[in-house]
Design a protein around this ligand. Structure first.
Ligand code: PLP
Length: 304
């Protein structure tokens, strides 16, 4: 899919082809960038897009940049205004992905974080399903999730997605749609680019944020929606083999949205079907994200 033609780069709205960097850029050489991924859902009835939890994404971007010592010269409010302007200029009448990126921009051969010039850019792209919403087959990866003391998973750092790419490409080569990461202590962490939930005895369970996972905004939204629907929600360690006997398992994230896991390590989950709680939460999430849930209107920002 082609990206929208207008980007924001180094404080200006520019044609996408002008938003380029040198081969010597620090972030390109060492992975020293932080990014976000937001979704804009196009509401067909209202003929406008809604951006899901925009401020929360920018709060997380600034946190990631704080960890990586990247200076962003914009507040959360500024970043929201830039995003709305890029969306307006691109006039996309379909679902879209928004990619802000802050990075160490200097042409420099020096592996460090301090004293390096930073830059910020943002582009948008039409975006449909990242993984099939009806259900996926996954495998437990032999690659372990990066540890907080190696590269913090709670920071959305460009370089740490090498961990993801290694695991996903092995999963694809073995014939699976995606993979599940374990921590170095052997507990379940998350999917490749999504948080993980399981349902056991009517309870929604997800690993705690200290289990080397991205503190997902979809994760937090789904936990709130689950409580709205009277479900008990708990955050605790999950064993790999618990997933085999779980009533339901699903992945949740901006890219994947809510995707039922119907098979893990060649064992069917929920008889190979989408479970009822997954189905209910997926509908509740999509309703809210598209701006159609009055109870969660504060989660979405319309693009004028
Ligand atoms: C590694 C990882 N975990 C979880 C998520 C889900 O986070 P969010 O719901 O904030 O998009 C993502 C991004 O989508 C991710 O890249």
């Amino acid at each position: 899919m082609a990206a929208g033609s207008i980007a924001f780069f180094r404080d200006r709205y520019v044609p996408l082809e002008e938003a380029t960097v040198s081969i010597a850029t620090h972030a390109l050489n060492y992975g020293t960038g932080c990014f976000e991924g937001l979704r804009a859902y196009y509401n067909d009835e209202e003929h406008r897009s809604y951006i899901f939890r925009m401020a929360e994404h920018y709060e997380r971007l600034l946190d990631s940049c704080h960890i990586l010592r990247i200076a962003v010269p914009y507040s959360v409010e500024d970043l929201c205004a830039i995003t709305l302007e890029v969306m307006r200029r691109n006039q996309l009448e379909e679902d879209a992905y928004i990619r802000p990126l802050a990075f160490k921009a200097e042409p420099l051969i020096k592996v460090t974080l301090e004293g390096i010039e930073d830059a910020f850019g943002l582009f948008v792209m039409p975006f449909g399903e990242y993984l099939p919403l009806q259900g996926i087959r996954v495998v437990t990866s032999s690659w372990r999730r990066i540890d907080d003391n190696a590269i913090p998973a709670r920071a959305k750092v460009t370089g740490s997605y090498v961990n993801t790419a290694l695991a996903v490409s092995d999963a694809h080569a073995a014939g699976f749609d995606d993979c599940i990461f374990l921590n170095s202590d052997g507990h379940v962490s998350e999917g490749s680019a999504a948080n993980l939930f399981m349902v056991r005895d009517g309870q929604l369970i997800t690993p705690p944020i200290t289990d080397n996972l991205l503190e997902g905004i979809t994760r937090e939204s789904l936990m709130a929606l689950a409580v709205d629907h009277g479900l008990a929600v708990s955050e605790r360690h999950i064993d790999r083999s618990e997933l085999y006997v779980a009533d339901e398992v699903f992945l949740a994230g901006t890219g994947v949205q809510v995707v039922p896991v119907v098979e893990i390590d060649n064992r069917l989950v929920a008889g190979g079907n989408e479970g009822p709680i997954t189905k209910m939460l997926k509908s509740a999430y999509l309703l809210a994200a598209r701006g159609n849930d009055p109870a969660h209107r504060t989660w979405v920002t319309p693009v004028a």
